[in-house]
Design a protein around this ligand. Structure first.
Ligand code: ADE
Length: 232
């Protein structure tokens, strides 16, 4: 049976998933609480990794090495980089890269990790198709986009930085963990999917009350995740 690693960003989201688990075994590793158990008849490990690429990569490596997961799914929020992607829409990772990798002084293009074969990590096509289908069935009113997610250890809240990201990387949304999870999954040859709900426009505007948005995002994310896990 496949074992599915789920890295959630929001405490309440992870708590909601943990509550649904049976045969739970909880263990703390690297200051992160991993809950292993069953969701329906599927074997899952649910964990909150904390913010940023280092936490995300460490967490994914533990899922790979200690829990030997076959699939990694990450959910969380992100800032939109496109006018047609609105707050509370969902973005699925066609691929991901790290926008804060800069070895241009060493002759590499922006975002390229020196001496790695690959710096753009594609999401698993099968997981993307399954997630799209579940959104269509269970969240029909939600805008769903499949595109590039650009990650960096930066919260983007400035229009000029946002424009720079769009010009250089053509991303759909930006956040702080996805590409690190993707790189760790790639190095361990594990298929992955990043699922992000849009919480802001990555500029000075705050168009929705975050606490209101958070509940909506968690609700949707739990619906999507439970549906998706069912199909894996
Ligand atoms: N997560 C949610 N919104 C974000 C933003 N604007 N920048 C980085 N990470 C985010």
């Amino acid at each position: 049976m496949k074992r599915i690693g789920i890295i959630g960003a929001m405490e309440e989201e992870v708590a909601a998933l943990k509550k649904m688990l049976t045969d739970v075994e909880t263990r703390e590793i690297a200051s992160m609480e991993f809950a292993q158990g069953k969701l329906g008849n599927k074997s899952v490990v649910v964990v909150r990794c904390g913010i940023g690429k280092v936490n995300a990569a460490i967490c994914t490596q533990i899922l790979a090495l200690h829990y030997k997961v076959d699939v990694v799914i990450n959910t969380g929020v992100a800032g939109s980089l496109r006018n047609d992607i609105n707050i509370a829409d969902i973005v699925l990772s066609q691929d991901t890269l790290q926008h804060d990798v800069d070895a241009t002084g060493f002759g590499y293009d922006l975002g390229v990790i020196p001496r790695m074969e690959q710096s753009i990590f594609p999401g698993d096509m099968d997981l993307i198709e399954k997630a799209k289908k579940i959104c269509k069935e269970k969240l029909p009113s939600v805008g769903v986009h499949v595109g590039r997610i650009v990650s960096g250890d930066q919260f983007i809240s400035d229009s000029s930085k946002k424009e720079w990201l769009v010009e250089n990387f053509n991303g759909y949304c930006t956040e702080m963990e996805g590409a690190a999870i993707a790189q760790a999954a790639y190095l361990n040859k594990i298929p992955f999917l990043i699922i992000r709900a849009i919480s802001d426009k990555a500029d000075q505007s705050a168009e929705m009350d975050y606490s209101e948005f958070e509940n909506l995002a968690i609700e949707r994310s739990v619906i999507l995740l439970t549906g998706l896990i069912d199909t894996i």
